[in-house]
Design a protein around this ligand. Sequence first.
Ligand code: AMP
Length: 434
Amino acid sequence: MPKNIQAVRGMSDRLPADQLWFDWILRQFRRKAEVFNFNFIETPTVEFAALFDRSVGKVTDIVEKEMFEVNRLNKSVNVDQTDTDTMVLRPEGTAPIARAYIENGMNSLPQPVMLAYASKMYRYDRPQKGRLREFNQIGIEIIGDRHPINDALAILVAWQVLDSLRLRKFCVLEINTIGDVACKPKITKAVQDYFKQYSKHLCTDCQNRIKTQPLRILDCKNENCQAVVEGAPQLVDLVCPECNSHFQAVLEYLDELDIPYELNPRLVRGLDYYTRTTFEIRLREDERRQNALGGGGRYDELMKILGGKDAPGIGWALGVERIIEALKENKITPPPAINPAVMAIQIGERARKLMIKVVATLAKRGIKVATYLSKDILKSQLKTADKLNVRWALIVGQKEAYDQTVIIRNLEDRSQETVPLEKIDQAIIKRIKK
Ligand code: AMP
């Protein structure tokens, strides 16, 4: 027996039952993005690795450990003679959108440019609960405007998306500021100096981070590190006056909107391109703080880092699979799929030919029909109709096929009526409306 081929580790099938949740989330997100006048964008799944090296940062977890390299099957055959650079499956959405903004001259559009996306992302991490190698993110970006009102607007959209999914009351918004290009070096140095004194007490990863990424130590989950972090200087006290007033303005706008937040002085997020505002949304009871539903922040230097003109931005991403988990944990279910009102039942080949025409007519009118078109036996088809809980059966037997008519049977009171083929859609619509 040949071995069964299985799905690649960390990637899973989304079966019809989960599709209901997925579609609901996407529908609510699309609606919200549209009412706030965001336009949707889709960037390619594959990008050059250099895009993320430069933006997300070379010594971040995503780039250092989790890049999903595209392994061209036969590297010796280079059709274009150009694609010699390493390519990866995109691990996140912001850097590709920034690239697209620059490449497509979006700076000439009225600013800010407001973009939304719903895309698959890839990270070559160790698969575990809430951590897949292929997952879906929904997200928005507001690019080309530095004003703090944009930070509040971005958060408002996320908040309303979660509200429309009835999840908002289970969520906490944590927010922090991490400084900008002017004050980040000074802040980094102050934090570095602090951790140097306690390096012995830190995990090995954090000992290395003292040199490369001292700010990341602040959100290390290791217990020993957390004990050291308790005494670390708070970023909000170290940022420059401009960053501070930006942050205070964001908080004031959130107050105006009645969006509750918790200040988390340790929230730095794992990506290099963030400046000023950073935030995360997590479930209130997720004390381990490991599985945030989403997060985001401001990235005022990103365009310049990627070689574009200066264009500040703010955005966030929410993980769709984590939202589905959260919905299930909190017993929130999406609206059920619309059950077909009608089932097509045919007996014999002649009837089948007529029935496929009936189905075509009904589908054209947008009427959902359950079909088992290869079947021929009335009794078993009626049983299926019963299981499906449909109200109306359309039955075509030999006689009806010959007469070009269809029996409409009410499966509740068992009454029935025969209608000519050309009137079937009207007859069904009339009944469904009732
Ligand atoms: P990040 O881009 O790391 O800030 O992630 C934003 C959100 O995407 C997270 O809060 C998760 O909801 C989701 N996410 C990130 N990585 C994964 C993963 N490996 N598997 C599933 N969801 C993820």
